[in-house]
Write a protein that binds this ligand. Structure first.
Ligand code: BGC
Length: 284
């Protein structure tokens, strides 16, 4: 008969919240050479994890991130791979496992925008965004899950067998004209994440998303680089400031850690209130 668990066998001591929260864990951050991915890679390293910094273009930037992380006393390596290419993803995981032994944390972060008016959007623009933002998350998550299941729980390292954080967006719920490929990809990420979380929970694998609002990164310079653009952006942000990559990175460390054990299938919105329908603050 199946054992019925009537209590939590894995109570997390509070001292796990101290620095070293991710000590001994091995993390992979896709698109870890810039923007949100870079901040996450550095923050995971500061929390004690060894980190693979994946990049597609921008080797110098990836090496800089590796140097910043290793200065904190943990290991880091840069691995080039296109997350939408199955063979390259599999080669990246093979290399990571050869060098680090395993993987405990995947930050499925790599993503891009190819914006266009709907009627002018080309099939190439559509496919590129879906391939990188959605299929890329599937391919990396699948390789991570294969390793999580092979290895199982190692209690001294973490009470779960593995953690996946999908970098989503407020646009998994906010429709976005002029960006239908991007919004469709993030809507897809939402149910990819939730369906994986449902299927993998019995194996003690936690899958969650972080859904950032407007964060100051190279993906959206148009939205914050001029005072006019910034003031337009603020009409969408009740908290009245743009997000910084570190706002997301702090949450990534928490969600990846055993502090967030029992959290699975959740989209954590970190958006200064962008999803609170700011237009309704007056009126309606
Ligand atoms: C997009 C940014 C945008 C933000 C808020 C993000 O997912 O990549 O370009 O500024 O959502 O709209």
């Amino acid at each position: 008969m199946k054992e019925i668990i009537t209590y939590s066998p894995d109570r997390i001591p509070v001292d796990k919240s101290l620095p070293g929260l991710l000590k001994g864990q091995k993390a992979l951050v896709t698109g870890g050479n810039s923007g949100i991915g870079k901040a996450c890679a550095i923050a995971l390293g500061r929390a004690g994890a060894d980190v693979v910094v994946n990049y597609f273009r921008g080797e110098d930037a990836a090496i800089e991130v590796v140097e910043t992380i290793t200065a904190a006393g943990v290991r880091a390596i840069a691995i080039q791979a296109d997350v939408s290419n199955e063979a390259q993803v599999q080669a990246m995981f093979k290399q990571m496992i050869a060098e680090f032994g395993t993987i405990d944390i995947l930050i499925n972060n790599a993503g891009l925008q190819k914006d266009s008016r709907f009627e002018d959007m080309t099939l190439d623009q559509w496919n590129l965004v879906i391939n990188v933002n959605l299929t890329g998350q599937f391919l990396c998550a699948r390789e991570a899950v294969r390793e999580f299941k092979r290895r199982g729980v190692v209690k001294d390292i973490s009470v779960s067998a593995g953690k996946i954080i999908c970098m989503s967006s407020v646009h998994e719920v906010i429709p976005w004209g002029g960006h239908v490929n991007y919004a469709a990809s993030k809507g897809g990420v939402m149910l990819l994440m939730k369906s994986m979380a449902q299927e993998l929970a019995p194996a003690r694998i936690r899958v969650n998303s972080i859904s950032p609002g407007a964060i100051r990164t190279p993906i959206n310079t148009d939205a914050w680089q001029t005072p006019e653009a910034y003031s337009d952006l603020m009409t969408l942000v009740p908290y009245q400031r743009i997000g910084e990559p570190e706002d997301i990175a702090r949450a990534a460390v928490f969600v990846a850690s055993d502090m967030a054990d029992y959290m699975t299938g959740t989209s954590l919105f970190i958006d200064g209130g962008m999803t609170l329908y700011p237009g309704f603050a007056s009126g309606g």
